[in-house]
Design a binder for this molecule. Structure first.
Ligand code: AP5
Length: 213
């Protein structure tokens, strides 16, 4: 089963990805996490990506497509995958199609821009796993600590108000067109979920939409 999660920064893609991957036993392919791992590892790619990500822009299609093409060759991808934050441009979606990657579901998590800024300023992340929390809406069991490992949670460098606004602009200019792109694909089931509801309710609707899979 292959799924794409679409939605603005902070819509809740990473949060829902945790539930979907657990239920369907497929890996989460988050290009944002892959790029952050490259930054952490101090690779040349990571150094280039950091400047772009901190400014709220998109990393080049060529780099991201290359990363994804390598990732989906790995053994854990043989039964499918969940793309989180990819594709983000028409060129990336075309590259997936040209590579013969079949997509079963595209789920758009819709949240208006006004709610995004408040959400992202409260986000806390466990960098090693990508697990995501919110200080109010989805708090960890112990403040500032990951539920599973007890390790420290951090605030992402691009979760500053100015950068969030830039990321939202980029989303509307380059990524939101993909909703129409996939809604028009006849072999893809395209679903929009109201992401303004509680985390639990969004999960319920996401899993319900996938229940016939
Ligand atoms: P990426 O890491 O993909 O970030 P993003 O798309 O901006 O999405 P986020 O991770 O910010 O949000 P999310 O939707 O996953 O929300 P979350 O679940 O965390 O990309 C970062 C950067 O990398 C990009 O700007 C770009 O530079 C680069 N990049 C990545 N992929 C690329 C690509 N394909 N091409 C080019 N460049 C690329 O939730 C947010 C917060 O809200 C959390 O605190 C959460 O707990 C809370 N929350 C979640 N759901 C709810 C709810 N229902 N109610 C209340 N709070 C909620």
């Amino acid at each position: 089963m292959s799924i794409i999660l679409l939605g603005a920064p902070g819509a809740g893609k990473g949060t829902q990805a945790q539930f979907i991957t657990e239920k369907f036993k497929i890996p989460q392919i988050s290009t944002g996490d892959m790029l952050r791992n490259a930054i952490k590892a101090g690779t040349e790619l990571g150094k280039q990506a950091k400047k772009i990500m901190d400014a709220g822009h998109l990393v080049s299609d060529e780099i991201v497509i290359g990363l994804v093409k390598e990732r989906i060759k790995e053994a854990d991808c043989k039964n499918g995958y969940l793309f989180d934050g990819f594709p983000r441009t028409t060129a990336q979606a075309d590259a997936l199609r040209d590579a013969g990657v079949k997509i079963d579901y595209v789920m758009e998590i819709a949240v208006p821009d006004e709610q995004i800024i408040a959400r992202l300023s409260g986000r806390r992340v466990h960098p090693a796993s990508g697990r995501t929390y919110h200080t109010e809406h989805n708090p960890p069991k112990i403040q500032g600590k990951d539920d599973l490992t007890g390790e420290d949670l951090i605030q992402r460098d691009d979760d500053k108000e100015e950068t969030i606004k830039k990321r939202l602009q980029v989303y509307h200019a380059q990524t939101s067109v993909l909703c129409k792109y996939y809604a028009n694909e006849k072999d893809v089931k395209f679903v929009t979920i109201d992401g303004t509801q509680s985390v639990g309710k969004v999960t319920e609707e996401v899993l319900q939409a996938l229940s016939n899979a």
